[in-house]
Write a protein that binds this ligand. Structure first.
Ligand SMILES: NC(=O)c1ccc[n+]([C@@H]2O[C@H](COP(=O)([O-])OP(=O)(O)OC[C@H]3O[C@@H](n4cnc5c(N)ncnc54)[C@H](O)[C@@H]3O)[C@@H](O)[C@H]2O)c1
Length: 317
C-alpha cells in the first residue's frame, strides 16, 4: 500500500517512545522506517511493536487484518543515512541528552532530503537548541508525545522563533489526518504546556502528603474520582466556564495564598528515592507493586484510554 499523502516517515530511536510513535504512524497509513543503533535493538523494538499490536487487537481497537497491513508499512534499518534518506518527516526519539541530540540533528540535516521536516520528541530541550545545529531551522520543531504514544492522542508541536508557519501547518495536517490531536506551543518554554500543568499538580500533591493532610492513596482516589475524570473530557478553561468565573475569583482569593509555591524538589520525594523506593521498577514507590499489579494497572489504564478515545470521537463525529 502506498503511503498516505505520499509522506514517508522515519523515526530515529526505537525505545519506549520511538517504537510506539512508529507503529502509530503505520496505523495512520504512512510508510515508516524505524532506526536504532544496531540490529539487536531493532529486533527488540520489532517484538515490542508486535506485542503492542496484539494488545490493540485484544482491546478491539483494531483487527488482525488491519494490524498486518500496518506492519507491512513498517521497515527497520540500523543504517541512519539509509533510513532517513528519502524521508519527508523525521521524528527523533533518542536519549534525552542535548549534545547527543545536537549531533543527531547535524547528521539528519546532512542525510535527509532538503524538503524534510525534522521533529524531536524531547521532553525538556528547546527546538531552537536543535534547529541551530541544522541549515534548515524553518523546518525544525519539537513534536512532544505522551506515553503510551499510540494510545494518547496529544502531540505538542513546539515552535522555535524560526519554525515556519508552513512547517506547523504540515505537521498539524499530518497528525490530524491520522486521528491525533496536535496542539501548538507558540513560544518555547520549559515543560511546554502539559508537563507544566502536571508538575504544578504534583507539587500540591506532595504538599498535602508532607503536611499530613492526606495519604498518597487518598490523593490518588480523590483526583481519579473527581477532577481527573472530568479533565479527560473538559479542559480547565471549559470547567472554569461551567463553574462560573465570578465564583472562581472569590475561591482564588481565599485559596491561592495557601497553595504550595515551593521551588524545591519535595523532601518526601527525595526521601523515598534515597531509600531505593523508585516506583514500579523497584516494586515500591508511594504504593507497593508486584509484577501482577503492575501489569493489571497498565492494562486498566490502556483499556480506559481506549474507552475515553472512543467516547470523545463519538463527540466529534
Ligand atoms: N519516556 C517517556 O515517557 C517520554 C515521554 C515523552 C518524551 N520522551 C522523550 O523521548 C525520547 C526517548 O525517550 P524513551 O523513553 O523512548 O527512551 P529509551 O531509552 O527507551 O529509548 C531511546 C532509544 O534511542 C536509541 N538511541 C540512542 N542514541 C541513538 C542514536 N545515535 N541513533 C539511533 N538511536 C539511538 C537507544 O538505543 C534507545 O533505543 C527522549 O528524548 C525523552 O525525553 C519520553
Amino acid at each position: 500500500m502506498s503511503a498516505k499523502s505520499g509522506e514517508r516517515i522515519a523515526v530515529v530511536g526505537a525505545g519506549l517512545m520511538g517504537h510506539a510513535i512508529a507503529l502509530d504512524f503505520a496505523r495512520g497509513g504512512y510508510q515508516v522506517t524505524l532506526n536504532d543503533r544496531d540490529d539487536s535493538l531493532l529486533r527488540k523494538a520489532k517484538a515490542n511493536v508486535q506485542a503492542d499490536f496484539e494488545r490493540l487487537v485484544k482491546l478491539r481497537v483494531t483487527t488482525s487484518a488491519k494490524t498486518k497491513a500496518a506492519q507491512a508499512r513498517m521497515a527497520y534499518d540500523a543504517d541512519l543515512e539509509r533510513a532517513v534518506g528519502d524521508a519527508d518527516v523525521v521524528v527523533e526519539a533518542i536519549f534525552e541528552d542535548l549534545p547527543v541530540k545536537q549531533r543527531m540533528f547535524e547528521r539528519l540535516d546532512k542525510a535527509c532530503p532538503k524538503r524534510a521536516i525534522l521533529a524531536s520528541n524531547t521532553s525538556s530541550f528547546m527546538p531552537s537548541s536543535l534547529a541551530s545545529h541544522t541549515n534548515r531551522p524553518d523546518k525544525v520543531l519539537v513534536a512532544h508525545y505522551f506515553n503510551p504514544a499510540h494510545l494518547l492522542p496529544l502531540v505538542e508541536l513546539v515552535r522555535s522563533p524560526k519554525t515556519s508557519d508552513a512547517t506547523i501547518a504540515t505537521m498539524r495536517r499530518l497528525y490530524t489526518g491520522m486521528g491525533k490531536r496536535p496542539i501548538v506551543v507558540q513560544k518555547e518554554v520549559i515543560g511546554f504546556i502539559v508537563n507544566r500543568l502536571q508538575v504544578a499538580l504534583q507539587r500540591e500533591a506532595f504538599w498535602l502528603v508532607e503536611n499530613g493532610v492526606a495519604k498518597p492513596e487518598d490523593v490518588d482516589t480523590g483526583l481519579k474520582s473527581s477532577a481527573g475524570r472530568r479533565w479527560a473530557v473538559a479542559g480547565p478553561f471549559e470547567v472554569m466556564d461551567l463553574a462560573g468565573l465570578d465564583t472562581l475569583v472569590n475561591a482564588s482569593e481565599t485559596m491561592l495564598p495557601h497553595i504550595s509555591h515551593s521551588t524545591e524538589v519535595s523532601k518526601l520525594l527525595r526521601e523515598v528515592v534515597r531509600k531505593g523506593r523508585l516506583g514500579t521498577k523497584t516494586g515500591h514507590g508511594f504504593h507497593k507493586w508486584t509484577p501482577k499489579t503492575i501489569e493489571e494497572t497498565k492494562q486498566r489504564i490502556a483499556q480506559a484510554l481506549v474507552e475515553i478515545e472512543r467516547w470523545s470521537r463519538v463527540d466529534k463525529d
